[in-house]
Design a protein around this ligand. Sequence first.
Ligand code: AKB
Length: 316
Amino acid sequence: MTGRILIIGACGQIGTELTLKLRSIYGNANVVGSDIREGNDELMQSGPFEILDATNDDGLRRLVKKYEVEEIYLMAAMLSATAEKFPMKAWNLNMNSLFNVLNLGKEGTLKKIFWPSSIAVFGLTTPKENTPQTTIMEPTTVYGISKQTGERWCEYYHSKFGVDVRSIRFPGIISYTTLPGGGTTDYAIEIFYKALEEGKYTSFLKENAALPMMYMEDAIKATVEIMKAPSENIKIRSSYNLGAISFTPEVLANEIKKHLPEFKIAYKPDFRQHIADSWPAIIDDSKAREDWGWEHDFDLPKMTETMLEGISEKMK
Ligand code: AKB
C-alpha cells in the first residue's frame, strides 16, 4: 500500500479498536484517526489524528489530500435508539457521510472503502431465524432505513462506477474498551458493568429477546479480512450477513451467574424492545464464510469470561 488509511469515527466503540488494530498492521504513521471529538489516550498518542465532522465534505477532502489517503473506513453513524429521537440528524449524518466517501471513490481518489451496515436493515416481515443473505427487507427504524438505503447506494456505486466498497451487516458488538452509545444491543454491555459494580441489572429488553451478537475481536477480524480479500472474492457489494453468537438477556444473565452466582436480573422493557422485535434472532452468514473465509472465534462462554476479566481489570 502506498497511500494512507483514514478512519472516520475513530473514537467510537468499533472505531477505537479498529484504528489501533490497523496501526499495528500497517504502521502507526499510515493510519489517520478522525472524529468529531478526541478519543482515549492510546488512540490519540499512537498515530496521526484530526478533528473531522463526517458530513463536512470539504474537510474530508482536505484530509484525504493532506495524508494521501487511499482507503477509508467510515465508522461514524447515529445508532438505532438515538436515531429514533433525532431522525433528521441521523439521516443527515448516516447518508451524507456515505455519499462524501462514495464520491471520492467514484472520482478515483480512493482504492477501497469500508462501510458498516447492520442487522437493522431487516424488519418485521423478514424471517427471524437464520435470516438469509437475500430476503425481505422492510426496516422500521430510522437507523435501519438509513443502513438499507446505504447498502443500495454501495451496490450502485460499485456496479456503475467500479467503486471497491465492502460492507458487513454487523450484529450487536460487545466490548469493554470504549462504550457504545445509543444502540439497542447496548444492554449486552451494560449488564457486565452492572453485574460487577452492583450485582444486579434491569434490562431494557425482555428476557426472551434473542438478537445476533459478536465479541469485538471478531468484528475487527472480520473488518480486516473483508478488506484484505481479493476483490473478485467480494461477490456481494451491498453488505454481507455476519454472525457469531445469538442469545437473549436471560441466557446472558445465566452465563454471568456461572461466574457471579449472586447476580440478579430484572426486566423493564422500553421503546428499544420494539426495535429489537423487528430484528433477526439468528442470522445466516454462510455467504461471508464461503466468499472470504469468515470464521468467528468467540462463543458465549469465552465472550462472557473475557468481558468480566477485562472490566474487573479496568475497575482496579
Ligand atoms: C444498534 O443496536 O443500534 C447497533 C446495531 C445492531 O447496529 N448495535
